[in-house]
Design a binder for this molecule. Structure first.
Ligand SMILES: NC(=O)C1=CN([C@@H]2O[C@H](COP(=O)(O)OP(=O)(O)OC[C@H]3O[C@@H](n4cnc5c(N)ncnc54)[C@H](O)[C@@H]3O)[C@@H](O)[C@H]2O)C=CC1
Ligand SMILES: CC(=O)C(=O)O
Ligand SMILES: [Mg+2]
Length: 579
């Protein structure tokens, strides 16, 4: 990664039409008179020179002319294709307002209409049918680039909307830049197109992906492995981020490469980390311990099991209980109901096994409903990642609050329309007692006393950019569980609810503060990496003080130097420069 100084000079080898159509270098009306001369642009632009502020004002005005979120999303997509500095500056200045436009919930709509909204390709598309030329295609796209971060998806389980064939990697990659401070030139979004089982897409003549049924089994594994090995061969120090893979593949792939390369599965590990932070904040409010809770996880897929494992490990670490005892605090519910031994092997996934309840505990019970389960277990925490919109009914919430003074309720399914319970209803049905966080953004909820309760957005995007930046900063060869835990603990420590003297404050920081928060997360991750030996040795030595201890100040300094900021700088035309 290249660092930025306050007013950098860039040597650029692209000129004329080519620089105007290259979003990395294009400044549009921001090119100075001298630059216009040097780069052959004088006649290609109207005469005025605009500042970045003026360009932002114009772009924001144009954005506001779009009257629906999806039109705004399309506008921003175009802007990204034109001018990165302007695009990222605009996002940064209106982060709270625009995150829901470029991410959940609007991005779900954009992805489900990907083929119809498609205007221009971005990133790398690797298709199962074209795998013979995979290395060639990969090198063609990455030639001369210094790739630090690769975000890939096979699009089987996009947000809560299922198999979409193609999509998501680019949106997740953008957040690494706008929130995590990773230089977009050093990132690569990859679509791993192995087909789709979505009949609507297969029957759509405009579908842009490979119009075949999804490849599965060993052919699928070999395709993924071919890709991962290419990444390892050509970018051995990169971070490889997996997003929205199907539930049976996600954990298998993570396990396969976890100890070989810096890999990260966002739905499993990112969601686990942000949810742990949210729960730590909530128990800070209720003044209890992680080990004191009884947890119902509704929807035991990638996110549900990822959350469970992260919470379980934190209980073991923080409260000193055994793994078995910590496991026993979790009740996982999936589409067949509570996970218990009588369900039979075929209905229980490998990852769910440690949390399956024994038959003796449930003797005589046929499959219990969620309400019956709550009656019996008296949980203090109810987490939803089921994609079952409205799964937390009035009955569910009223039963929950009967047995718990301040129930912790996290309906995390995305996009907004799939939320297990709308926060307004959750508050109404718990008489204003619930501590709530959701997966997509929601407006504050008015409480019976007239005050407003801020709904925290418990979305992995609040933490993965910082986790990734911390791993890259420390040049770690692996992303370890303890690095992730350090990031989650840092995020929890920044919870507004723990600092404000106001019980109605959100459990997690606002997305408007996500860049600052993620910088702190990144520092915590890099410090842990240096302490535990995951960081590159040379880098770890460079952040140690005279006594050989890792210095947070030195790590902070390095982090601040590395953060990419959307600024134009001055361009000098140079044939040997960047292109
Ligand atoms: N807030 C956040 O940061 C995140 C939220 N999510 C959301 O969580 C949801 C699930 O995502 P993944 O875990 O990746 O998908 P997944 O497909 O791996 O898991 C979903 C699980 O829910 C189960 N399920 C389906 N219907 C159910 C029902 N009626 N009752 C109980 N369980 C049911 C499925 O069998 C599956 O095991 C999605 O809506 C996704 O957007 C996922 C990742 C991060
Ligand atoms: C947030 C996210 O990763 C998901 O909903 O899949
Ligand atoms: Mg996801």
């Amino acid at each position: 990664m290249k660092t930025n100084t306050a007013s950098p000079v860039f040597r650029v080898a692209v000129r004329g039409e080519a620089i105007l159509t290259n979003p990395r270098f294009n400044k549009g009306m921001g090119f100075t008179t001298e630059e216009r001369k040097a780069f052959g642009l004088t006649g290609r632009l109207p005469s005025r020179v605009n500042t970045l502020d003026e360009q932002c004002e114009r772009a924001y005005g144009q954005l506001l002319m779009r009257d629906t979120p999806i039109r705004k999303n399309s506008f921003l997509q175009s802007l990204k294709e034109q001018n990165w500095v302007l695009y990222y500056t605009l996002l940064r200045r209106h982060l709270r307002e625009l995150t829901p436009v470029i991410y959940t919930p609007t991005e779900a709509e954009a992805i489900s209409n990907y083929s119809h909204l498609f205007r221009r390709s971005e990133g790398l598309y690797l298709t199962f049918a074209g795998q013979d030329s995979m290395e060639e295609d990969f090198l063609e796209q990455t030639k001369g680039k210094d790739i630090d971060l690769i975000v890939c998806s096979d699009s089987e389980a996009i947000l809560g909307i299922g198999d979409q064939g193609v999509g998501i990697s680019a949106a997740k990659s953008v957040l690494y830049t706008v929130i995590g401070g990773i230089n977009p030139s050093n990132t690569l979004a990859v679509v791993l197109d192995v087909g789709t089982n979505n009949e609507d897409l297969l029957n759509d003549p405009l579908y842009v992906g490979w119009p075949q049924k999804r490849v599965a089994g060993s052919a699928y594994d070999e395709f993924i492995d071919k890709f991962v090995q290419l990444v390892r061969k050509h970018f051995p120090h990169s971070l490889l981020h997996f997003e929205d893979f199907g539930v049976t593949n996600a954990s298998r792939i993570l396990k396969r490469y976890h100890d070989a390369h810096a890999v990260f599965n966002d739905d499993i590990q990112g969601t686990g980390a942000v949810t742990l932070s949210g729960i730590m904040a909530a128990i800070g409010v209720t003044k209890t311990k992680l080990a004191d809770q009884r947890y119902i996880i509704y929807g035991a897929g990638s996110a549900g099991v990822g959350i469970t494992i992260q919470l379980r490990d934190a209980i073991v670490q923080a409260d000193g209980v055994s793994v078995e005892e910590a496991n026993s605090k979790f009740y996982l519910v999936d589409k067949y109901g509570l996970l218990k031994t009588s369900l039979g092997e075929d209905k229980i996934r490998e990852t769910q096994k440690p949390f399956v309840r024994t038959e003796s505990e449930w003797e005589g019970d046929s499959q219990t409903s969620l309400v019956e389960l709550i009656e019996k277990v008296k949980p203090t925490v109810l987490i939803g990642c089921s994609t079952h919109a409205g799964g937390f009914t009035e009955d569910v919430l009223r039963t929950l609050v009967k047995h718990c003074e301040r129930p912790i309720v996290f309906p995390l399914s995305n996009p907004s329309r799939l939320v297990e319970v709308h926060p307004t209803d959750a508050m109404k049905w718990t008489d204003g007692k619930a501590l709530i966080a959701t997966g997509s953004p929601f407006e504050p909820v008015q409480l019976p006393d007239g005050s407003f309760y801020e709904i925290a957005e418990c979305n992995n995007a609040l933490i993965y950019p910082g986790l990734g930046f911390g791993a890259l900063l420390s040049k770690s060869r692996l992303v370890t569980d303890s690095m992730i835990l350090a990031g989650a603990q840092k995020l929890a420590s920044l919870s507004p609810a723990l600092h404000a003297n106001n019980p109605s404050t959100a459990l997690l920081p606002d997305f408007a503060d996500a860049p600052e928060v993620n910088l702190e997360v990144a520092i915590a991750v890099a410090v842990r990496a240096a302490e535990e030996g995951s960081a590159l040795e040379e880098w770890a030595s460079s952040v140690k003080d005279d006594e050989g201890k890792v210095s947070v100040d030195l790590v902070r300094k390095k982090a601040e130097e590395l953060v990419w900021k959307p600024i134009y700088g001055q361009y000098v035309y140079d044939l040997e420069g960047e292109k």
